[in-house]
Design a protein around this ligand. Structure first.
Ligand SMILES: *Cc1c(COP(=O)(O)O)cnc(C)c1O
Length: 368
């Protein structure tokens, strides 16, 4: 699905030199390069504060901790996401409240948010799934009306641009009160280990989160909040700082790859190519189709050694640890998507020839 080694070989000289320098300096956690990377990412995103942390799951947890919510407070999110999003909500003693998704974009259906709001609702946590933003203008409007926080889980859409109705643009993750991201190796901006970050334009929230990532402390041995240990190490930061320079180039390669898939696949009546919303660019963390007879197609692709994956095979509300937080609610669109989605390989090193082979196998399957 990805070719991380191939990508490394294109930047090997730079990366090897930077890692060597970190090893020689000896500041292995929170060294100068961590600060440099954070400042460079602030510039790229045009956001006031980037706070590096240990991974994308911690990033969401820390963002929620900064809101100082009470046990039982409700956070509205999607059941069609990686587990981390809902996991940290439950872990903090908060209640996840799911709303169903839009079948075309797989993102939270904003029409369903208002009916999920109760007197305990404190936060909306949209996930910009597969690389394109949720309808943030609608989400912000609802959040403003009900006085709710908005945290964007931007683990999959770093570098995407959101286009407001008035023509303004903003980078994904910088639109709500807090944005979070993951630099897991296969993400669009990937480290060579675990890493993550939190973004905000709010000075108070930023100050709190700078404390929380490091045991609630900014000055050694002075503790102002209950915190966690979630720091970024210097080796990951130096890799990320190099890859950040290539992020737009990587994004453009992914979009080109997606365009080419669109051309190759758009005329196969049994599949639907990804829909791109007009208020956001799509940075294609995943290229995800909806297909007839998905399981049989997947089996066929397996037999023909074509890599593919299902994100996500079972929506979160159907897993036991989450079931008990819901009153037997069902989310039919998420359920049906989990039965017909199929993601194809997409990464910065994928040759056009491989795409033609992949698409011809899909075509062959339906024409058998
Ligand atoms: C990857 C991912 C996370 C978690 O990031 P980690 O760095 O693996 O902890 C959270 N949310 C979404 C949507 C993700 O894709």
């Amino acid at each position: 699905m990805v070719d991380l080694v191939g990508q490394y070989h294109h930047i090997k000289k730079e990366v090897d030199k930077a890692i060597q320098a970190v090893l020689e300096q000896g500041h292995y956690i929170n060294g100068q390069i961590v600060k440099t990377f954070a400042r460079n990412l602030e510039k790229y995103l045009d956001v006031k504060h980037v706070i590096p942390c240990g991974n994308g799951t911690d990033a969401i947890q820390i963002a929620l901790m900064a809101l100082e919510l009470s046990p039982g407070d409700e956070v509205i999110t999607t059941p069609f996401t990686f587990v981390a999003t809902a996991e940290v909500i439950v872990l903090l003693g908060l209640k996840p409240v799911f709303v169903d998704i839009d079948p075309d974009t797989f993102n939270m259906n904003v029409e369903k948010i208002e009916e999920a709001i109760t007197s305990r609702t404190k936060c909306i946590l949209p996930v910009h799934l597969f690389g394109q933003c949720c309808n943030m203008e609608s989400i912000l409007e609802i959040a403003n009306r009900y006085g709710l926080y908005v945290i964007e889980d931007n683990a999959q859409a770093i570098g995407a641009d959101y286009l407001f109705k008035d023509g303004r643009t903003a980078k994904a993750g910088t639109i709500g009160h807090i944005g979070t991201t993951s630099f897991y190796p296969s993400k669009n901006l990937g480290a060579y280990g675990d890493a993550g970050a939190i973004f905000t334009n709010d000075d108070n929230l930023a100050d709190k989160m700078v404390h929380i990532v490091n045991h609630g402390s900014r000055t050694k041995y002075h503790y102002h909040y209950i915190g966690v240990n979630s720091r970024l190490d210097s080796i990951q930061a130096c890799v990320l700082d190099i890859k950040l320079k290539y992020l737009d180039e990587y994004r453009d390669k992914r979009i080109k790859t997606a365009d080419n898939y669109d051309r190759l696949l758009e005329n196969i009546p049994q599949i639907r190519i990804p829909k791109r919303s007009n208020f956001t660019t799509h940075v294609f963390h995943q290229y995800t189709l909806r297909c007839e007879s998905r399981n049989e197609l997947q089996q066929w692709l397996k037999e023909n050694k074509i890599p593919n994956a299902i994100y996500y095979p079972i929506p979160l509300h159907m897993h036991n640890p989450y079931k008990k937080h819901l009153n037997n609610q069902s989310f039919p669109v998420a359920e049906s998507c989990s039965e017909n989605v199929l993601s194809l390989p997409i990464h910065t090193e994928l040759p056009k020839k491989s795409q033609s082979i992949i698409s011809s196998h899909i075509e062959k399957y339906y024409n058998r």
